[in-house]
Write a protein that binds this ligand. Sequence first.
Ligand code: NBP
Length: 485
Amino acid sequence: MDDSKKADIAVIGLAVMGQNLILNMNDHGFKVIAFNRTTAKVDEFLEGPAKGTDVIGAHTIEEMISQLKSPRRVMLMVKAGQPVDETIDKLIDHLEPGDIIIDGGNTLFTDTERRIARLKPAGILYIGTGISGGEEGARNGPAIMPGGDEKAWAAVSEIFQSIAARGINDQPCCDWIGSGGVGNYVKTVHNGIEYGDMQLISEAYALLKSLGLTNAEMSQKFNDWNNGPLDSYLIQITAEILGYKDKDGEYVVDKILDSAGQKGTGKWTVISASDLAQPISVIAEALFARFTSSFTEERQEAQKIYGTRQIASPSDKEFLIDNIGKALYASKIISYTQGYMLLKAAAQEYNWQINYARVAGIWTGGCIIRSRFLGDIQHAYAKNPDLENLLLDDFFVNAVKENEQAWRSSVSYAVNSGIAVPGLSSALSFFDSYRTDRLPANLIQAQRDYFGAHTYERIDKPRSQYFHTNWTGEGGITTSSSYNA
Ligand code: NBP
């Protein structure tokens, strides 16, 4: 076949993401060839959503490869994990040096690094890209975070930047993130931040509900908040969800079981943060809150035993409602601060050059955490690419100071009323730790030295000199050198 008639890209995996990305690419003038392990889905797709488009189908890998332009671009939109490796196994003998495999799934970044190393001897270029925005984003413009072999970027940038959403200043929500597994890593942290946002919003909902607001009133309140600094996709859909009634006239949200699921990216974020010693407490609490929510029957039993606490009646309900929005905003600042701390630590550990302003810019459109707020983060890092911590940027210093009192009173109200607010309260505790020049960790060091001779540094001596006290008079002078937990 004449190369000009061949397809620009192949997409393997015709579930919700693959199908919608193909249609999006087709809309932007790219010729796509579709393939799926279960080939009946190829025909269903061509006869269904892809009918009338320029999308073509293949029923074997060989057929798919023979209809692709060189260098061949093959995008995998299959379930993350083993299915990606199995698909690569089937592809590898049909590809030539310079051909490109792109994995668009929610892949663990170390898997991408392993695959890059595996494909390198064959000269096959590999990209691991985060894609965010769910079904709607894939169809109309997702946020795309590619990383891997930089040599491959020039060959895919036009396709990806065309199909991506447009964010702040009409910039495409897609750019080269860097080498190795960084694209997947940035997407993982995006998802962790998404967990944090969702938890904080759910806590604000619990607090508003405790004040007796109806679903319609809460929906209105979230709509109001969406017109201020909290303006974001998640606040907007929360307003819609709270106002949504079933055919029977009842609110759907009230009928949904309060047991939250998770698919792994929040967990990966927390594991990575533990590996890199980064205190992403809001994301961790959001993950743990989902775990706690799943103890449905036990929680019901416990409520019978402990009863419900009396809701503390506020002196000024409207004022407290307003404070809850401010607490949500301040906590969101902390959660993103922590997410960026993790990104910075990972960049240092894995030798990635991450453009933090651009990452925030990519997240301003297409993805689940898109918000006006990310524009402020972009601005902070554009102003100072070496910014040590978002909490040290002038804009965020002022924002936290302005909302601090409202934040404290909202958390106090929750604590006094027995309403769990792990996100809001851990964010506040992090802030109080971060702003404190002397924490009680001196006592922890003393305890460690007492029971394990782990030694400590002193405030009256230079750093990196270690001391041991014979606390009981019975220990020796031998200190621990291997155990540093
Ligand atoms: P799924 O994650 O549900 O995967 C289904 C696809 O994987 C089907 O095409 C299926 O083929 C294929 N597949 C499986 Br399962 N095992 C396979 C194997 N061993 N070999 C080859 N193909 C195999 O699809 P999705 O929800 O569209 O997500 C695709 C990727 O995008 C995932 O990594 C997901 O985490 C990520 N993602 C999803 C969303 C979302 O909102 N859904 C958002 C962002 C990212 P079959 O038809 O033959 O079973």
